[in-house]
Ligand binder design. Structure first.
Ligand code: FMN
Length: 259
């Protein structure tokens, strides 16, 4: 297996100890390769809000030389492991800046066949909120399944992982591994269906031209969820209605441009 590790901490300390345990557990299953990216080394500037990615395509981002190779890695790996310590009750600035550059993937989600493992550590609080934020972000970009490991004080006073931390890490890592290995895609949850159908309606309404082209090209506008992901008809049913309502709403609120 080939894993991409995106380290959102500026150092390899507490959160990295969990990553090392994860790698250890994965290596017990089979031989793996790891592409390890420390976000701090990317020297990624802040998003400048040029809106090029939204309106003209991600290849028009002024920082595309840094972001495009990262997105390629995310598309090509078997599994993503992404980490952040809690900084002032949020992700680190490194992670936020990275996610800002992927905002276009909310409009044009592309990771429907991908699984991710999120790792968050904190000294005392904020870990659940931060892990939830990262989970939501990846879900909105299409990630099929996200597994979460979040810990207060990941290690003891001597730098060792406590037994409970090890046990939880191993359990969640195995679930992540088994999910990737099975090659099975999980049926989307309600939130994923909800977001999908908002963007689907916007694409069908031609709210942003490049989004419409992307959704059509990838055959994503015709059904209530991505055609490659299993989703039963009963789950889809409310979203058939929701999609129609969204279309109606958008058609009434679309501002006509003067010729
Ligand atoms: C700038 C900064 C802000 C932090 N903010 C919080 C916080 O809001 N809540 C908290 O419990 N811990 C906070 N911490 C502690 C880290 O989340 C914690 O030590 C974490 O495990 C560090 O991970 P790392 O060693 O992988 O960088 C903060 C640390 C730093 C450096």
């Amino acid at each position: 297996m080939n894993y991409l590790i995106i380290n959102g901490s500026p150092r390899r300390e507490n959160t990295w100890k969990i990553v090392e345990r994860i790698k250890n557990t994965l290596d017990k299953q089979e031989e793996n390769t790891y592409d390890e990216i420390d976000l701090i080394d990317l020297k990624l500037p802040q998003c400048t809000a040029c809106y090029n990615c939204f309106n003209y395509g991600e290849d028009k981002c002024p920082h595309k030389d840094i972001i495009s190779p990262m997105v390629e890695k995310m598309k090509n790996c078997d599994g993503l492991i992404i980490t952040s310590p809690v900084y002032v009750l949020n992700v680190t600035g490194l992670v936020k800046t990275f996610f800002d550059h992927l905002a276009y993937a909310y409009h044009r989600p592309c990771f429907f066949d991908k699984k991710a493992l999120i790792v968050v550590t904190t000294a005392g609080n904020g870990h659940k909120k931060v892990a939830g934020y990262m989970d939501e972000n990846l879900r909105n970009m299409g990630y099929n399944e996200r597994f979460v490991l979040s810990f207060i004080h990941a290690h003891d006073g001597h730098g060792y992982l406590p037994l409970k931390t090890k046990e939880k890490t191993d359990k969640v890592t195995l679930s992540f591994y088994n999910s990737i290995k099975s090659k099975k895609l999980k049926s989307p949850d309600m939130k994923a269906l909800f977001m999908y159908n908002i963007w689907r309606a916007m694409a069908a309404n031609n709210t942003i031209e490049i989004d419409s082209r992307y959704w059509k090209k990838n055959n994503m506008t015709n059904s209530e969820f991505h055609p490659d992901v299993p989703c039963n008809i009963i789950k889809k049913l409310p979203f058939k209605i929701f999609y129609r309502i969204m279309l109606l709403f958008l058609s009434k609120n679309t501002v006509e441009q003067e010729k």
